[in-house]
Design a binder for this molecule. Structure first.
Ligand code: GAR
Length: 201
C-alpha cells in the first residue's frame, strides 16, 4: 500500500474527491495518510479531520525559508511515497522536485499547454480562458518537475465552455466534469505503478 500525502491551499474539493474515491474502493493501491495545508483557514484541514486523516498546517508565511525543510521532514516522518498537489498554490523548489522525482502529481484546471505556468492558478486560469474565447477547456494531471506545470502529462479531460459563462461557473464545471474524475484516477494509476515498482525490487 502506497502512503499518500495531499498538499492543499484552499477549499480542498479535490482532496474530498480523492478521499471519497478511496472510501468507495476506486482508489485501492494507496491511502491518504497525511494532508498538508500551507496557509491558515484552509477548508481542507476540516475535510481531512472529517475523514479522520492526519492533517497539519505548515504556514508558509510564518515558516518562510524553513517551509520546505519542514515539509520534507513531515513527509519523511510519515513515510510518504506519493505526493498529490490538489489546489496547492506554493511553487516547489527544484531541489524538492528532484528529491521526489516521479512521485509528485498536480491537477491543473486547463488543458496544458494552454493557460498554465507561473501566474496561472485558480480562477485566473478560467478568466484567461474566457478572455481568449476558447470553446473547450478542461483539466490536466501531470507529473511535477522543476518547470511550473511542465512535467509529463498523465491524464486530461476536455470540458465545454458555454455562452455567458463567468469564471466561477466555468471553474465549477471544470471541477465537476474533469478534476474530480481524473485526479482520483491518476492517484490510483500512480499508486499502482509505485507499488508494482517496489515489488519488482
Ligand atoms: C482547483 O481548480 C485546482 O485545479 C486549482 O485550484 C483549485 C483548487 O480547488 N489548482 C491550480 O490552479 C494549480 N495551478 P480545491 O482546493 O477545491 O481542490
Amino acid at each position: 500500500m502506497v502512503n499518500i500525502a495531499v498538499l492543499t491551499s484552499g477549499g480542498g474539493t479535490n482532496l474530498e474527491a480523492i478521499l471519497r474515491s478511496e472510501e468507495s474502493g476506486r482508489i485501492k493501491s494507496g491511502k491518504v495518510v497525511l494532508v498538508v495545508a500551507d496557509r491558515e483557514g484552509c477548508q481542507s484541514l476540516k475535510r481531512a479531520e472529517n475523514h479522520k486523516r492526519k492533517a497539519v498546517l505548515l504556514d508558509k508565511r510564518k515558516l518562510r525559508k524553513a517551509f520546505e525543510e519542514t515539509l520534507v521532514r513531515t513527509l519523511e516522518e510519515n513515510s510518504i511515497d506519493l505526493i498529490v498537489l490538489a489546489g496547492f498554490l506554493s511553487i516547489l523548489s527544484e531541489d524538492f522536485t528532484r528529491l521526489y522525482s516521479g512521485r509528485i502529481i498536480n491537477i491543473h484546471p486547463s488543458l496544458i499547454p494552454s493557460f498554465c505556468g507561473r501566474g496561472f492558478y485558480g480562477l485566473k486560469v478560467h478568466e484567461a480562458a474566457l478572455e481568449r474565447g476558447v470553446k473547450v477547456t478542461g483539466a490536466t494531471v501531470h507529473l511535477v518537475n522543476e518547470i511550473p506545470d511542465g512535467g509529463k502529462i498523465l491524464l486530461q479531460k476536455a470540458v465545454e465552455v458555454k455562452e455567458g459563462d463567468s469564471p466561477e461557473i466555468l471553474q465549477r464545471r471544470v471541477m465537476e466534469e474533469a478534476e474530480w474524475i481524473i485526479l482520483p484516477e491518476a492517484v490510483e494509476l500512480m499508486s499502482k505503478k509505485l507499488s508494482e515498482d517496489r515489488n519488482d525490487d
